[in-house]
Design a protein around this ligand. Structure first.
Ligand code: UD1
Length: 422
């Protein structure tokens, strides 16, 4: 299993290109199931989760052609199977995103229930409830969601909580339903907006995306299109946390700062000096960060996907930060590992109290989930001595060539595989 070996202490300097957003690319790839015509996608990040999605789509019969490293053409003109098997779904919960499109276009689907997840229970009851409201007949059989419908029918659907992939699944299903669907309490995340924009280019009639009320007027069929995936705000935020923790002067290119309001405002409060333009951010840090209180909420609030990285920064901050996680029940697994690096953190339920220390010291730590891995890398970059981050397959799911990008910024970081240093 690969690990990362980081010799901490170097300030980060230079330029880094931000990749396309994983969480936009995953539903957009699944949207290719909604049409028989080819879809060409640009700015697709090269990640393990994208590979898993392409494999899943391939099993269903979708043909994929890699036009270049970040451009793909997908064609779902003939489908061989309507089943997403457990083996793939268990490695990536977002596989549930094939349910809405398969049901809408082919009238049936069989998708494995995702099962447990490291950061919390994460049920898919809202996806099922919404599809039932659209007229689908759904039952659970041998661990699979088995769904059938003749043609879905528009409905008003109000989910019990704001769910990102739930909103995406229902929005995709509703594009081909008969009549109008209204999604109330919809997720407003930029990735939901990106999917809506892509569906509109395919001929869908959608309005209100970016608000909590999305209206979809169903159409008979959708067409092929070409689309450029939005930049990854979480990857961009992670690099900014890294420079805030290590000090230095970096510029992010190909980013979309307008999707990063809450993240940038918190970093500014932490003392990160930023110059923001339409697609780039220059960030300078000359002193230790200031402790920043955080409460994770749905967009446009502070994202749960940035909580762990901010905790690494807060671990080295001047002062004490109170960090409250409201989205997932078990998203503090990085805390015990940060403590191994010398952080001073107490957890009480959903709240972590982080008392900044002046120095972390390198150690071997274990990544437990995607964003926790990024947090440990950030802490390792700032720590004195050598930090080894194990189980980085989590990191590879959602960060494109992170160690390569960090090396370009002057970090001393290398991937050690069972075959040796790479
Ligand atoms: C998406 C993101 C993930 C991010 C999360 C919250 C993708 C691929 N992943 O995950 O990176 O951390 O949004 O911003 O986009 N819930 C239910 N029942 C449901 C659906 C959700 O109880 O049917 C609960 C979840 O357990 C969680 C909360 O609602 O507590 C929000 O989850 P949700 O927004 O659905 O997260 P994901 O879409 O899985």
């Amino acid at each position: 299993m690969d690990r990362l070996r980081i010799t901490g202490g170097a300030a980060l300097e230079g330029e880094v290109r931000i990749s396309g957003a994983k969480n936009a690319a995953l539903p957009i790839l699944c949207a290719s199931l909604l049409t028989a015509e080819p879809i060409t996608l640009h700015n697709v990040p090269n990640l393990n989760d994208i590979g898993t999605t392409i494999r899943l789509l391939g099993q269903l019969g979708v043909k994929t052609h890699n036009d270049s490293e970040h451009t793909l053409t997908l064609s779902a003109d003939s489908i061989d199977s309507l089943e997403a098997p457990y083996d793939l779904v268990k490695t990536m919960r977002a596989s549930i995103l094939v349910l809405g499109p398969l049901l809408a276009r082919f009238g049936q689907a069989r998708v494995s229930l995702p099962g447990g997840c490291a950061i919390g229970q994460r049920p898919v009851d809202q996806h099922i409830m919404g599809l039932e409201a659209l007229g689908a007949d759904i039952h659970i059989e041998h661990g699979y969601v088995v769904a059938k419908a003749t043609r879905l029918k528009g409905a008003v659907i109000r989910t019990d909580m704001v769910t990102v992939t739930g909103t995406e699944n229902l929005m995709m299903a509703a594009t081909l339903a008969e009549g109008t669907t209204v999604l109330e309490n919809a997720a407003r995340e930029p990735e939901v907006v990106d999917l809506a924009e892509m569906l509109i280019k395919m001929g869908a009639r959608i309005s209100g995306h970016g608000t909590d009320r999305i209206v979809i007027e169903g159409v008979k069929s959708l067409r092929g299109t070409e689309y450029h995936i939005v930049p990854d705000r979480i990857e961009a935020g992670s690099f900014l946390c890294a420079v805030a923790a290590t000090g230095g002067d970096i510029t992010l290119t190909h980013a979309k700062p307008s999707t990063m309001g809450a993240i940038l405002s918190k970093l500014e409060q932490a003392g990160l000096n930023m110059t923001v333009s339409d697609h780039s951010i220059r960030a300078i840090m000359k002193k230790p960060p200031l402790a920043i209180d955080i409460r994770t909420v749905e967009y446009p609030g502070f994202p749960t996907d940035m909580q762990a990285q901010f905790m690494a920064m807060n671990a080295l901050a001047e002062g004490t930060a109170v960090m409250v996680e409201t989205i997932f029940e078990n998203r503090f697994m990085h805390v015990q590992e940060l403590i191994r690096l010398g952080a001073d953190i107490d957890i009480d339920g959903h709240t972590a109290v982080v008392r900044g220390v002046s120095q972390l010291s390198g150690a071997t730590v274990m990544a437990t989930d995607l964003r926790a891995s990024a947090s440990l890398v950030i802490a390792g970059l700032a720590a004195e001595g050598v930090t080894t981050v194990e189980r980085i397959y989590h990191l590879d799911r959602g960060y494109e060539k992170m160690e390569h990008k960090l090396r370009l910024l002057g970090a001393q970081i290398e991937r050690v595989s069972s075959k040796g240093v790479q």
